[in-house]
Design a protein around this ligand. Structure first.
Ligand code: ASP
Length: 303
């Protein structure tokens, strides 16, 4: 049995503000990512390689707020966060606040596999990426007219926003169960439009935005990062399963539809447990999401 689930962010995604053409583009982006990750699982590849491939595909797709499509920060640049975790050995890697690294999830993977650390940030992380021979891209690669206008608006209003215009959190992520019974999770984001002071969200924080443990589940989150950090969302779901014996569905319900709501934490997540159950809960209007199993391949946007 193999399983893959992905997301391209949660938020106020309204049918009324979506054109058929744009929706088709989003669905294509999700389907491409499912294909990239699932083909690895199908041929006996690892969950870690599968989530990495799915997230690289989502990072390369300009409509999601990660990699190429990352939002502008206050200085008019892009600072990206990413993480990856291997549930078979609890190894993890994460990077925060990097600029011009083409695929931040590959940097997170290199930190997990090739360094003695878990989380590297800013210039140091970029230096490590260079040493590892990872691809860099110039600012033009990350330029996007829509993101630029979002940023100009946020600058004018002096606000820091999560994918401004439509309150959409465009972070991307993937979780997988491979044929060997191993779970993995990965998440990648450009964070908040107009962010400053080196702001970091939940995405690079193991236990908050990303977590995987073969004994329980694999989780990748999207939403208002500050609240997801405070609720330690991904690890809390794993703990509810491990220590209280809740099912994946029950644990997701408690965290997404109760605990997060009580503190005003809008967003959602994708989750797979060791039995291959898939949950895609969110408490926002919509969430770009999809999953693939032996029997079906599904992508969805709205409730
Ligand atoms: N969780 C991300 C952050 O706060 C945003 C998102 O999910 O789009 O950086």
């Amino acid at each position: 049995m193999v399983r893959l689930a992905i997301h391209g962010g949660a938020g106020t995604i309204l049918r009324s503000s979506m054109t058929a053409e744009l929706q088709a583009q989003y669905e294509q982006g999700l389907n491409d990512a499912l294909q990239a990750g699932y083909s690895i699982l199908q041929t006996g590849g690892s969950a870690v390689d599968a989530v990495q491939a799915a997230v690289v595909s989502l990072e390369d797709f300009p409509l999601f707020n990660a990699g190429r499509g990352s939002v502008f920060n206050n200085a008019g640049g892009h600072e990206m966060d990413a993480s990856i975790m291997d549930g078979s050995n609890l190894k993890a890697g994460a990077s925060s606040g990097t600029s011009n690294v083409k695929n931040p999830v590959l940097l997170a993977r290199a930190i997990m596999d090739k360094s003695e650390h878990v989380l590297l940030c800013g210039k140091g992380a970029e230096q490590f990426a260079k040493q590892q021979g990872l691809a860099f891209a110039d600012d033009n690669y990350f330029y996007n007219q829509h993101r630029y206008e979002q940023w100009q608006q946020a600058l004018k209003e002096d606000t820091v926003s999560l994918d401004h215009n439509d309150k959409k959190f465009g972070t991307v992520g993937a979780v997988a169960l491979d044929a060997h019974g191993n779970l993995a999770a990965a998440t990648s984001t450009g964070g908040m439009t107009n962010k400053k002071y080196g702001r970091m969200g939940d995405s690079p924080i193991i236990g908050a935005g990303t977590y995987a443990n073969n004994n329980t589940c694999a989780i990748s989150c999207t939403g208002h990062g500050e609240l997801f950090i405070r609720a330690v969302v991904a690890y809390d779901i794993s703990c509810l399963m491990e220590y209280k014996g809740l099912t994946l569905q029950e644990a997701c319900d408690v965290v997404v539809h109760d605990k997060l709501i009580k503190i005003g934490g809008e967003g959602g997540l994708v989750a797979i447990d060791k039995q291959g159950n898939i949950c895609l809960p969110f408490n926002s209007e919509g969430m770009y999401r999809g999953y693939a199993t032996e029997r079906e391949r599904v992508v969805m946007i709205y409730k």
